[in-house]
Ligand binder design. Structure first.
Ligand SMILES: Nc1nc2c(c(=O)[nH]1)N[C@H]1C(S)=C(S)[C@@H](COP(=O)(O)OP(=O)(O)OC[C@H]3O[C@@H](n4cnc5c(=O)[nH]c(N)nc54)[C@H](O)[C@@H]3O)O[C@H]1N2
Ligand SMILES: Nc1nc2c(c(=O)[nH]1)N[C@H]1C(S)=C(S)[C@@H](COP(=O)(O)OP(=O)(O)OC[C@H]3O[C@@H](n4cnc5c(=O)[nH]c(N)nc54)[C@H](O)[C@@H]3O)O[C@H]1N2
Ligand code: SF4
Ligand SMILES: [Mo]
Length: 862
């Protein structure tokens, strides 16, 4: 056993830091990062790890980008001494030869990093950095691991994989890769294009997780209505709006693009009006002086139906637009084959069910006054162009798909689609990038079973007595159709899903039944603590890649290898390649695994596991990828120049607007009818819903459907708060939870209205328990007028920290969420009834004492 206490490692350095003050702490961490890479403590490292900071001319600078699934993508500039990043700064034009950026103009705004990105150094050199492979020695979830060699760890994984596939068949391994690394072209995690999906698929054992937590309801809506999720305008189009309705959208916190806020500020300066429909008065609303319309969570589709009623009854709709571009909005736009079916207008006017969806009807459901519903409907229908930005959070709910479809109906009936300053979002993807540098071929995304992602625990716990509709089994046209996956192992790559999916207590029950849990990550994570094997992965500073923006942006950022991988870290691609060679060797008679290694990573030999070899191979992949960019995207810049410039940004004559060509040039939409399908012939044609991935019926037109739980539900008598769980400003989901610099700025707390606090006798700072029949969390309370009474807000992503009684002391709302997805697959993350009571239990913020305590995983000797 390696005696971690005696070796000069990062963990050892940090062990002494627990009681030290912050400056000393950073000194130790900064120095230790170098120690672990180099094996000794050069005096210089100590000298520059703390103030006085060296000046720029004493350091080298390397332009790169920030990473992860954060809603954006910005430039970072690493200032280095030797192989240590001493500080990080961002785009201000100084560090790029050629000066593509830094102009801070409407045409070329800077790609300026937020505080999360700028604090990355403390994540890179964090005490919780995983530096070498580890194997579990205690019970699963006990957090007891021992350090092992790569050889030992990979041998264990390869043997176990071989056994599980042999004993349980091709669905035994569940792919829970997600977007932690999905925005690079070479080192990629995600369910569709990712490295893990390709690896498990080629191995012949993979259950896929098909629904995305972010916006599955929205995806469904965009696909059904427009035939594509690319319904987004580029950010700069916002600058041309006269009215922006932020519907469940808080771009001040939750980025959906690199420069959204910059362009919205331009719109404001040009006289644009802003509206916010949200249970909470957000900082975005404060900044733009928006008209705040507080709404009961998950009742958005009802309010929108009320708006549609006003628009139809006051004849404010753009009938010419509807007649030309829309299917099923009213009787005359219904497809002939479905002429007798219910159309949207008849539903809204109550002609089919006898219930007119008037503003008064909606008001009784959503809590917004009928007068305000009418006022907003008129404002939206008469202000041109107007952007109704229907964000994802209200759709991250039961029947969330109906909210997004209803929004699309409003966007269509007001003729705001395909117009500059309007909006069809939706998913809002604006860019189709050249997204993979490794082969994206027949071997990508092979699966033998595919389920709704948050049904895995349900599937494991109830196997084989599970109906296909319960798990949203994706249909196949072969003998595997209908077979419930027999899941025995999980891989987490670029994902902290154990912490981030729904109903964690149910997940805990399920994970105990598994035989293999592998976590590949750069740090110890809450998921990792439940794994059998921890594999240390190099961060984006420690490998060569190109960064992709999120859904908007039209640029690439070069990501050179800034420093050598810390400790024994390897890239995901190195790990999968080496495993492929090992799996092939373990099954010499299996023709399907012949040449698995070279087929998986065709530019490499088995030497790829050596960093000096992988560096060369990665460069070759990226050069070939750049050639694709040149061929497919009309780029003339050379790879060498791109590397010098750091950023390549596409330029356009006019802002990019989704569906402009459909509206201006009459091109067909990508739907079956070529029109915007408010009535969906596809949905109308489904007879057996159990044979679809949805499992349960979905109406052919957008409709209001009561959510599983809401303030209008009888269960609200027992659990009187509707909890919503938006995305945090100080974290990217769970990433950065342990970073003191960021956590000092924001407390993990539950926000409630002052009237509720008064009733419960609570004040800001009091510790409360937020609970329901699924779980319990302990957090401080924050009391404000900025949230609707009856609503509680608890941001997602806190690192779970269960006590002996199963109470989460960190305040992770996924102990309270329901693992019952909406028919279209939307996670019900914002559909939660809870109660709140004062508690004597302590909240554990998880970033100071606890951060270093948790890193003890590296120091114990088992
Ligand atoms: N209650 C509630 N829960 C939610 C949500 C909500 O709204 N409410 N939102 C959901 C949504 S939309 C999302 S997208 C999910 C996010 O869920 P996750 O994707 O699980 O969240 P992250 O915290 O981003 O975790 C990504 C992990 O990837 C690791 N990682 C980063 N880069 C690499 C790499 O190159 N290789 C490897 N192997 N690992 C890497 C990071 O260290 C991190 O641990 O959370 C969901 N959870
Ligand atoms: N800082 C930061 N930015 C991020 C992320 C992050 O973790 N941190 N994650 C990224 C990812 S993966 C995603 S999926 C996106 C998510 O992007 P969004 O879904 O747009 O963001 P959220 O923060 O979940 O919620 C936005 C707003 O919706 C409101 N809301 C919640 N429920 C309801 C409802 O029922 N009705 C109405 N009308 N409003 C409601 C919340 O109060 C909040 O103000 O953000 C991306 N950007
Ligand atoms: S918005 Fe995202 S990419 Fe940009 S700096 Fe912040 S964390 Fe990094
Ligand atoms: Mo997401």
């Amino acid at each position: 056993m390696n005696d971690n206490n005696d070796s000069p490692t990062l963990a050892a350095a940090v062990a002494g830091a627990a009681a030290a003050d912050r400056r000393d702490f950073l000194k130790l961490v900064g120095a230790a990062g170098l120690v672990s890479a180099a094996g000794a403590v050069p005096e210089k490292a100590q000298a520059f790890a703390y103030e006085p900071y060296p000046t720029d001319d004493q350091l080298t600078t390397v332009g790169t980008s920030c990473a992860h699934n954060c809603g954006s993508r910005h430039m970072l500039v690493a200032h280095k001494q030797g192989d240590v990043i001493v500080r990080l700064s961002t785009d201000d034009g100084r560090y790029q030869k050629g000066g593509f950026f830094g102009k801070d103009t409407e045409a070329e705004p800077q790609l300026r990093a937020c505080l999360r990105g700028r604090s990355y150094r403390s994540r890179l050199y964090s005490p919780e950095r995983l530096l070498y492979p580890m194997l579990r020695v205690g019970e699963r979830g006990s957090g007891q691991f021992k350090r092992v060699s790569w050889d030992e760890a990979l041998d264990f994984v390869a043997r176990k994989m071989t056994q599980l596939k042999r004993d349980y068949g091709p669905t035994a391994l569940l792919d829970q890769s997600y977007a932690g690394a999905s925005y690079g072209v070479l080192h990629k995690s995600d369910q569709i294009e990712g490295l893990l999906g390709r690896f498990l698929g080629m191995f012949g054992c993979r259950t896929n997780s098909w629904s995305v937590p972010s916006y599955q309801g929205t995806t469904f809506s965009s696909r059904i209505t427009f035939g594509t999720i690319e319904d987004g305008n580029e950010d700069d189009a916002f600058a041309h709006s006269k009215l922006i309705i932020m519907w469940g959208w808080n771009p001040a916190y939750t980025f959906h693009g690199g420069n959204t806020f910059y362009y919205m500020r331009l719109a404001k300066q040009r006289g644009c009006k802003f509206v916010l429909v949200d249970p909470q008065y957000t900082d975005s609303a404060a900044v733009y002086d928006a008209w705040w319309i507080p709404i009961k969570p998950n009742t958005d589709a009802a309010m929108m139906a009320g708006m549609a009623h006003t628009i139809f009854s006051e004849k404010l709709q753009d009938q010419a637009f509807i007649d030309k571009f829309v299917l099923g909005m009213d009787r005359r736009t219904m497809p002939k084959e479905h002429a007798g079916a219910e159309n949207f207008k008849d539903y809204i006017l109550g002609k089919t069910d006898g219930v007119p969806k008037t503003a008064e009807w909606a008001a009784a459901i959503c809590g917004v006054s009928a007068a305000d519903i009418r006022k907003l409907a008129r404002l939206y229908a008469t202000t041109k162009p107007a952007a109704l930005k229907a964000s994802w959070a209200p759709g991250r709910a039961s029947y969330g798909e109906q909210y997004n479809r209803m929004a699309a109906a409003l966007q269509a009936m007001t003729g705001n689609i395909g117009k500059l300053g309007g909006s069809a979002e939706g998913v809002g993807k604006a860019w189709h990038s050249e997204s993979t540098a490794y082969p994206y071929d027949d071997n990508a995304n092979i699966w033998f079973g595919s389920i709704k992602s948050d049904r895995w625990a349900h599937c494991v716990l109830n196997y084989p007595n599970v109906k296909r509709e319960e798990v949203g089994l994706w249909p196949r046209d072969d003998e595997l159709d209908g077979r419930i996956p027999n899941i025995k192992g999980i891989f987490w790559q670029g994902s902290d899903w154990f912490n981030q999916l729904t109903n964690i207590n149910k997940e805990i029950e399920a994970i105990r039944k598994l035989e293999l849990v592998v976590c590949m990550d750069a740090t110890i994570t809450p998921s990792g603590l439940w794994a059998d094997v921890l594999l240390p992965i190099a961060t984006h500073f420690e490998r060569h890649d190109v960064a992709l923006p999120w859904y908007k942006g039209h640029y690439y950022i070069h990501r050179p290898k800034v420093i050598e991988p810390l400790g024994e870290s390897k890239t995901d691609f190195q790990v999968f390649t080496e495993l492929a060679y090992r799996l092939e060797a373990l099954a010499p008679g299996d023709a399907k695994l012949k040449d698995f290694g070279p087929r998986y990573n065709p530019r490499a030999t088995r030497d790829y596991f050596k960093n000096e070899v992988s560096d060369q191979v990665d460069e070759a992949y990226l050069v070939a990828w750049w050639k694709k960019v040149q061929d497919h995207q009309g780029v003339t810049m050379s790879w060498a120049d791109f590397k010098k410039h750091g950023v390549y940004k596409f330029t356009f004559k006019q802002p990019l607007v989704a569906f402009r060509d459909q509206i201006e040039k009459g091109e067909p939409f990508e739907t079956g009818s070529g029109k915007i399908e408010i009535f969906s012939p596809y949905l109308a044609g489904i007879t057996d819903w159990t044979k679809t991935q949805y499992g349960y019926p979905i109406p052919a037109i957008p409709k209001w459907i009561e959510p599983f739980e809401s303030l209008n539900h009888p269960k609200a008598k027992q659990f009187p708060f509707h909890l919503i769980t938006p995305h945090p400003r100080e974290r990217t989901h769970s990433i950065y939870h342990n970073i003191p610099w960021l956590r000092e700025t924001c407390t993990q707390e539950v926000t409630i209205n002052a009237s509720d606090a008064k009733r419960l006798g609570l004040q800001t700072g009091d510790t409360v328990e937020v609970f329901n029949d699924r779980g319990r969390c302990v957090v401080p309370v924050y009391v404000t007028e900025r949230v609707l009474p009856g609503v509680a807000v608890l941001y997602e992503g806190a690192w779970m920290d269960r006590d002996a009684n199963g109470v989460d002391r960190a305040g992770n709302p996924d102990f309270l969420t329901l693992d019952e997805p909406s028919p279209a697959g939307a996670f019900a993350y914002n559909t939660i009834l809870v109660d709140i009571r004062r508690t004597d239990l302590a909240h554990k913020p998880g970033w100071d004492q606890l951060g270093t305590a948790r890193s003890a995983v590296f120091r114990r000797d088992y």
